[in-house]
Structures are given as C-alpha cells and as structure tokens.
Write a protein that binds this ligand. Structure first.
Ligand code: NDP
Ligand code: OXD
Length: 307
C-alpha cells in the first residue's frame, strides 16, 4: 500500500519525514517512477498526473491546495474520494493576505502609491473602519478565518454564501436572490469563492454595477471568476476605486494587459496562501487515519457542488 506525493521536492522531503514517523507502515514515494501503480492508494497532487485510471486501486485523491477546480471534479472516478487541503499554514497565510489587502484598500494605499510616483505629498480623506463595510463572497473555511482576524478593526462585516449561514457579528446573505442586497451594502468586496460553473465570471459588469460607487475589490478566489474587461471599465469609470488581485486568467496576464500598469490595481502572483508542508502532512495523515477507521474525511469534496 503506497502514498504518492506528486509536488515539489522541498515540501516532499518534509512530508516524507513526517510520514516515516507517523505512518511507517505506508510506503511513501516522491515520484511515480518505480512505483507499482496498483499499490497507490493515496495520491497528493495539484494536477492529475497523466491518466488517473492507471492507479486502479486509488482510494483518496488529496489536493495540495484548498481549491479542487484544477481536477475538474466530475472527471475523477466516483469511487475515489476527492479531498481539499485544510491545514493551519494555508489558513494563517490567507488571514495575513486578507488583512493586508483590506487595509491596503481601506487606507488608500494605491492612491498614495500613485501620488508618490508623481512626487506629491498630500493627505487624502480617511474613512473610519466602522464606516467601511467589508463583504465576503464565500463564507467557507478561509473566509471565516479571515473574518476572525478582521474583527478587531471594527469593519461592519457581511458575507454571501450558497446556503444559509449564521456567524456571530457577520450579516449573512445567501443565494442568488440576496446577492444584490449583499453587494449594495459592501464597500470592500473580497472574493473567496471556489471556481465552479456557478461562480465562473461572477465578477462582471452587472455585479460591479450593484456595488456602491467607489467600492474596492480584493480577489483571491480564482482567475476565471473575474471579467477583466469589465474590471478595467469599472475602474476607469470610477465605479470601482481600486482592486487587488492575487489570481488572474491566464496566470500571468499577457504582458500588454492593461491591468499590469493600471494605477488603481495591485497584482500579486497567486501567493496569497500556500500549503505549508509540516502542518499539511499532519492534516493528511489525520485524514488517512480517519479513512482507515471508516470515518468521514475532513475537506471531502461534494462532487455535485464541485467544491
Ligand atoms: P470552502 O469550500 O470552505 O468555502 C466555499 C464558500 O463558497 C462556501 O461558503 C460556499 O457556500 C461558497 N459558495 C460556493 N459556491 C457558491 C455559489 N454558487 N454561490 C454562493 N456561494 C458559494 O472554500 P475555502 O474557503 O477553503 O476556499 C475558497 C477558495 O479560495 C478555494 O476554492 C480557492 O479557489 C481559493 N483559494 C485561493 C488561494 C490563493 O492563494 N489565492 C489559496 C487558497 C484558496 P456554502 O457555505 O453554502 O457551501
Ligand atoms: C489553493 C491555491 O487552492 O493556492 O490552495 O490557490
């Protein structure tokens, strides 16, 4: 029985050590070369490495990231459990990035960057956090963790999810019918949605038109959720004041893309949050133990929903 780690060698070396200590009975491989594919019961990877059907006895496919859209979940054989990454490291990094992004947009850092470029020393009007309404598209593991870190600043917090939710101190909206009400009370919109057929292209001209004039966007979900033409138009028309993007489509954007040099935009190269090997190995091992004990897996993807 084998575990196949199909990702970078540096993280693999740490996984190997933790597995040797915690699950010595499970063969651990850093490459599919030299492994009998019939022995592979567990595979941890970002993308499906070639033809998944060669691992005839595969039981659990672990995503090395929190997202699973890259697998096209409906193409993974139904008997294979698909599991997304839930671990302390990825959560902590996302908390940092969201706090950084919200404060950057709240405290007008893009306008100050532009003023600096022009050699201009000038204070801009400063809204108070209590008057800046932050809204999350998505209220899953990462959004909830980020919300916890934002609480002390006193931004009025809201979130929109597919199903009805209740989180203390957060005004919760759900479903298509409540999207408009959620948007109209939002000054800084944070996208932390998984990519599915329902969320593809969701950040479009219509959605921007429902936000208050001068709203801001922090996009950390997935690139194909954003219509970049609509974003440029919304920024140029003043509908949106600024945007911070960690994900784009494609990644990276073509060199000539107007977003690269737009003064009201910050782009980071999909680094908001990265799976950390020590904590991730522990969480994968815990899930293997659960699987062996016939218990529910943490982060099991619902194939019908695609996340
Ligand atoms: P979860 O699965 O825990 O949460 C997803 C949330 O989105 C849920 O609240 C869900 O609603 C909501 N949702 C899904 N579909 C819809 C819909 N059609 N309408 C309304 N709400 C919807 O995901 P995570 O928090 O773990 O991760 C979210 C995403 O963040 C990942 O899928 C990935 O794309 C992205 N990500 C980006 C990273 C980066 O570095 N940029 C790093 C890690 C993740 P409900 O609660 O009702 O199910
Ligand atoms: C993830 C990511 O899904 O890094 O983990 O985007």
């Amino acid at each position: 029985m084998a575990f196949l780690f199909n990702s970078d060698a540096a993280r693999g070396a740490i996984f190997r050590q933790v597995f040797a200590r915690e699950l010595p009975d499970l063969e651990f491989h850093l490459s599919s070369e030299g492994v009998d594919p019939d022995k592979v019961r567990y595979l941890l990877t970002w993308n499906v490495p070639g033809d998944l059907s060669r691992f005839r006895n595969l039981e659990v496919l672990f995503s090395i990231g929190a997202g699973v859209d890259q697998f096209k979940p409906d193409t993974v054989p139904s008997h294979v459990k698909l599991v997304r990454m839930i671990e302390d490291g990825i959560i902590r990094m996302m908390q940092e990035y969201i706090v950084l992004g919200v404060l950057t947009l709240h405290r007008e850092m893009l306008a100050y960057r532009e003023q600096q470029r022009r050699g201009l020393w000038q204070a801009l009007a400063a809204s108070q956090a209590a008057d800046r309404r932050v809204g999350f598209l998505g209220l899953g593991m990462l959004a909830r963790a980020a919300i916890d870190r934002l609480r002390p600043f006193q931004f009025p917090l809201a979130a929109w999810s597919r199903s009805k939710k209740a989180v203390e101190g957060v005004t919760c909206f759900h479903g298509e019918d409540q999207l408009g009400n959620f948007l109209e009370r939002t000054d800084i919109l944070v996208c932390l949605l998984p990519l599915t057929e329902q969320t593809r292209g969701i950040l479009n001209a219509k959605l921007f038109s429902l936000l208050r004039i001068g709203a801001r966007l922090l996009h950390v979900g997935r690139g194909p959720q954003l219509d970049t033409v609509a974003l440029v138009e919304a920024l140029n028309s003043g509908r949106l004041a600024a945007a911070m993007l960690d994900v784009t489509d494609p990644e990276p954007l073509p060199e000539s893309h107007p977003l690269w040099s737009h003064p009201q935009v910050i782009i980071t190269p999909h680094i908001a949050s990265v799976t950390q090997p020590l904590t991730a190995a522990q969480s994968v091992i815990e899930n293997i133990r659960r699987h062996r004990a016939g218990k529910d897996l943490v982060g099991l993807v619902d194939r019908t929903l695609g996340y």
